[in-house]
Design a protein around this ligand. Structure first.
Ligand code: ADP
Ligand code: ZN
Length: 436
């Protein structure tokens, strides 16, 4: 395989030089953060009063963590560290877990962010001959404009289709010969199911690649999308606190996401003790933004669970790779005392070939006990007068799930296309237990 680099020098920089660069950027980020009352106080409390107090990369561990709660407290302008007149754009997180938080960008910030997205897109083998349909929500959410600008920087023809309306999406794909799409993995599965329903044949489309992200998905889900749509799917990770997309991205080796370490300083910590985990182990990803002046954010607790691969990537990039993000620490459900991540359910069911493209996890209270129901779409061929095959499949799924999650779920099978589809991030869990 021939790998192409957007910024070869930076992407393949020797570790020692990369770390030296990170130190310079970290000092700049600290100096910038000291412009805000929030960080001035936080940093003074640990004896950091100027960027000169940061002497090597290890010193990052002296900096207190920043949480989503902190950012909310600072709403709206508490984290702004440049004059308001220098700000050219704002974005907000999707608010999956509460009040959204706001990030501000200067002109320079937009340029730097765009370069990271362009680098990510280019690493998957795209170039200016591609037609790129950005099937994700535009607006305050960073995924729309972030990929839009990145795609244009690469020189691709960008179609700002936004999310939803599959019929129009197919029309655009056919009219303009779309080769690359960006969407959430759940929307890609929905697109595939709709293709069948609307009689769109694969041969009518020129698709070769998809960037899938904004929500966790399993390796089996990736494989399923790749096989059904006959494309390559690249995992795309980002969060608004770190600009948005283009934080970590898979290269053509498709084995882990390169964290762009000249822009983002990454640590993996134990979410309980907040101490670093041993090399290669899973924990909570903590990120410091090294490439933004308007809203400095240091040691942000992403709550996302991942770990670093320790072996080098065949592509030659020196930026470390993150493992697929399996979920968030705060996604965890406790069902009758047993801990469960929604991703564990997806991992099991997406490996079962009869299972369709959508599912929903329902948690209810039944008396004093918690009740877990997994609603799963399956193809119409299973729904016949003879209900035995349906019941057998249901029982097989239930047993497989129980063996893996050690909770006995109720399993319901539904017709393909009957469970709700979200245009943005999928809402897989419906927790209807009363909050006490
Ligand atoms: P919100 O926290 O409101 O969802 P964002 O819209 O900024 O805010 O979304 C960022 C979050 O989306 C990440 O912190 C992560 O939980 C999730 N996410 C983004 N990309 C991926 C991915 N490729 N795999 C798993 N989770 C992802
Ligand atoms: Zn690589």
């Amino acid at each position: 395989m021939i790998y192409q680099y957007w910024n070869k020098e930076m992407e393949t920089l020797e570790r020692s030089a990369l770390e030296a660069y990170q130190l310079t950027q970290l000092k700049a980020a600290v100096a910038q953060a000291l412009q805000t009352p929030f960080y001035r106080e936080r940093l003074a409390a640990v004896g950091i009063r100027s960027d000169a107090d940061i002497k090597d990369l290890e010193d990052v561990r002296r900096i207190p963590f920043t949480t989503k709660g902190d950012l909310r407290t600072g709403f709206p302008y508490g984290f702004l560290s440049i004059p308001r007149e220098e700000v050219v754009r704002l974005h907000a997180s999707s608010g999956t877990t509460g009040t959204p938080t706001t990030i501000y960008f200067s002109k320079e910030d937009i340029h730097r962010w765009t370069a990271f997205v362009a680098r990510s897109i280019y690493a998957t083998g795209c170039n200016k001959t591609d037609v790129f349909q950005n099937m994700i929500t535009y607006g305050l959410f960073t995924g729309g404009l972030g990929f839009h600008f990145g795609g244009e920087a690469v020189g691709m023809l960008v179609i700002p289709s936004g999310s939803g309306n599959t019929t129009r999406q197919f029309k655009l794909m056919q009219d303009f010969g779309t080769t690359v799409v960006h969407a959430t993995p759940s929307f890609l599965l929905h697109v595939q199911a709709k293709m069948q329903e609307e009689g769109v044949r694969r041969e009518q489309l020129k698709l070769t690649r998809a960037f899938a992200g904004a929500e966790p998905y399993s390796e089996d889900t990736r494989r399923r999308i790749e096989e059904l749509l006959r494309i390559d799917v690249y995992n795309s990770y980002g969060l608004s606190e770190m600009n948005g997309p283009g934080v970590a991205f898979e290269c053509q080796a498709k084995n882990g996401l390169h964290l762009w370490e000249d822009g983002y300083l990454g640590e993996i910590v134990n979410p309980e003790t907040l101490e670093p985990v041993p090399d290669g182990e899973t924990g909570e990803l903590v990120l410091t933004c090294l490439c933004r002046e308007a809203t400095p954010i240091l040691r942000y607790r992403t709550r996302d669970l991942s770990g670093f691969y320790t072996e080098p990537c065949p592509c030659g990039r020196t930026h470390r790779r993150l493992r697929r993000i399996t979920g968030r620490t705060d996604d965890m459900l406790i069902i009758n005392g047993v801990n469960l991540f929604p991703g564990q359910i997806e991992e099991v069911i997406m490996a079962i070939k009869e299972v369709g493209n959508n599912y929903l996890i329902l948690v209810e209270k039944e008396g004093v006990l918690d009740r877990l129901t997994v609603k799963i779409e399956v193809g119409s061929e299973v729904f016949r007068d003879d209900t035995r095959p349906l019941n057998a499949l249901k029982e097989r799924i239930r047993k497989t799930l129980q063996a893996s999650i050690t909770i006995n779920p109720r399993v319901e099978l539904h017709q393909q296309g009957s469970l709700p589809v979200s245009e943005g991030k999928a809402r897989r869990v419906l927790d209807q237990r009363p909050t006490v």
